[in-house]
Design a protein around this ligand. Structure first.
Ligand SMILES: *[C@@H]1O[C@H](CO)[C@@H](O)[C@H](O)[C@H]1NC(C)=O
Ligand SMILES: *[C@@H]1O[C@H](CO)[C@@H](O)[C@H](O)[C@H]1NC(C)=O
Ligand SMILES: *[C@@H]1O[C@H](CO)[C@@H](O)[C@H](O)[C@H]1NC(C)=O
Length: 486
């Protein structure tokens, strides 16, 4: 996601290596996978009489296979036949009457659904698809930006297709949006206002219509937000005013859709009394200890703090689970503090288990915006969010969404300030917290945003933006916006 935007979309032939690089690059985001079964369901129940074998054959979804990534057409064909069948029977379930079809064809979505790709955007996209399906909307798969096929679907389904999530596409691959865009000369084309692009965190990009056609996994939080924290029944809930769908075209901004976390009943919380005085270091790679402008601590801080805290908290330790793929020179130049017990790279279950037994998840500056702090808070493990200050201003922080979470849930640690470092750890070792969950990640809340997004009057909003644009009043900034046919 960072540096692997849709414009650097890999070609088919190099997609697997790119996915591997992306996966390595986004280590922390792999962990999101625990919240969803990344594979989509392979079977559906068919409620008609068992002798209707042809009905079963016509509506059967393809088996999951990481080697047969062209199964998206089978999946989509079967989904459409299921929709036709339930429409004819009159038992489609909620929302099917709303002509609510979404087509997902971004490469992240495709490779997450068909090739075990569990990088951040992949898991986020599967979460979006599942949320819509859970609510009775029909989700079709358009492969890895197979615009020829999306066009073929759109010509048949027309107004029933409300939204399309895809990248711009490539001529030499399976076509581009531009090749199939509706225009005065080609009224059968796909209208630009149906096309949404994914970006994990808001950047400066824009869709053809405007910035609201960029959807994001993290909100673009302004500092003045509607922050509220309330405790109820052993779980604290944190709200920021970004719970409901917000469509911002004036001033133009991204559309935050985000993802939901697994409900509390699936989240194990280790009782405070069973946790040793342990600080878990959030890092899957040793180079995070010295990661350019994201570096936040002197290596000596760990040794000093361990010495200082051992007397006060017998058995105190720093624990981490990271790989070290650096060269011998780099290792010599940036030794990992020997005082840290490295458990090695952990799978997601061991990771949960290990930091779940800690009293603090300590951020090292990298990776930014990972989902791990949300997961830790849900397990009643506070997060230390480091930030760099220059002339009184925060110039870098690890996790923007943690900035307004109060102590003792999140601690704001000043970079290269030993006092701030050791005092944060000391407070966390002494202060138990309740599990903390973000209201915007409550499954029902996230589902509500997805429902409101697919049902939103995007054509109406686009019509206003277009009228302003044609009158010379550009309201969407100077991104990749353009003139389009409604
Ligand atoms: C993909 O995931 C499934 C389910 O976890 C697993 O059975 C399969 O071996 C995986 N395939 C690859 C290529 O990793
Ligand atoms: C370091 O952090 C402490 C505790 O937060 C703070 O009181 C102090 O002013 C900071 N020192 C500097 C030089 O910023
Ligand atoms: C441009 O369009 C916006 C949104 O419709 C409107 O609020 C604004 O007044 C317009 N500006 C001009 C100069 O027409």
């Amino acid at each position: 996601m960072y540096g692997l935007g849709p414009d650097k979309r890999p070609r088919w032939a190099i997609l697997v290596p790119v996915a591997i690089i992306a996966t390595a690059f986004l280590q922390s985001l792999l962990l999101l996978a625990i919240y969803y079964d990344v594979r989509l369901p392979a079977t559906v129940s068919w409620r008609a009489a068992p002798e209707l074998h042809s009905a079963q054959a016509l509506t059967r979804l393809p088996p999951f296979s990481s080697h047969d990534t062209d199964n998206y057409r089978w999946y989509t064909d079967a989904k459409l036949r299921q929709l036709a069948a339930c429409t004819a029977r009159g038992d489609c379930g909620p929302n099917a009457d709303k002509a609510g079809i979404a087509i997902f064809a971004s490469w992240h979505c495709h490779w997450a659904a068909y090739a075990n790709y569990t990088g951040g955007e992949g898991v986020w996209c599967v979460g979006m698809m599942r949320s819509l399906e859970r609510q009775g909307f029909t989700v079709l798969h358009g492969g890895d930006n197979d615009w020829r096929y999306i066009y073929h679907l759109h010509r048949q389904l027309g107004d029933m297709v409300r939204v399309i999530v895809a990248d711009p596409g490539e001529e030499g691959h399976k076509g581009t949006f531009a090749q199939y865009q509706k225009s005065a000369a080609w009224p059968d084309g796909i209208p630009a206002w149906k096309w949404f692009r994914m970006t994990y965190y808001p950047t400066s990009e824009s869709g053809i219509v405007g910035r609201a056609w960029m959807i994001s996994a993290e909100p673009n939080l302004p500092r003045a937000q509607d922050v509220a924290l309330r405790a109820s029944g052993g779980v604290s809930w944190f709200a920021t005013g970004y719970e409901a769908l917000q469509v911002k075209s004036d001033p133009a901004d991204f559309t935050f859709l985000g993802y939901g976390l697994a409900p509390a009943e699936y989240t194990a919380v280790v009782p405070w009394a069973q946790r040793p005085p342990r600080v878990y270091i959030l890092a899957k790679q040793a180079h995070y200890f010295h990661n350019g402008h994201q570096a936040v601590y002197e290596p000596s801080f760990f040794t000093r703090a361990a010495d200082e805290l051992a007397a006060e908290f017998p058995g105190f330790e720093f624990v981490g689970g990271f790989a070290d793929s650096r060269s011998a020179d780099q290792r010599a130049a940036w030794p990992v503090p020997a005082v840290i017990r490295n458990l090695g790279l952990l799978d997601k279950h061991r990771f949960d288990e290990e930091y779940g037994h800690a009293r603090l998840l300590l951020g090292l500056g990298s990776p930014p915006l990972s989902p791990s702090p949300y997961r830790a808070l849900a397990r009643a493990v506070p997060f230390a969010n480091p930030h760099t200050v220059q002339n009184g201003r925060w110039t870098y922080q690890q996790h923007e969404s943690m900035r307004d979470v109060p102590e003792p849930y999140a601690y704001q640690v000043e970079a290269f300030n030993y006092t701030s470092f050791v005092e944060t750890i000391r407070s966390a070792l002494r202060t138990p917290i309740e599990p903390l969950r973000f209201e915007r990640m409550r499954r029902e809340t996230a589902d509500g945003r997805m429902r409101d997004w697919i049902m939103y009057d995007w054509r109406g909003l686009a019509a206003g933006i277009l009228a302003d644009r044609l009158a010379g009043n550009e309201t969407q900034g100077n991104g990749a916006v353009g003139v389009f046919e409604l």
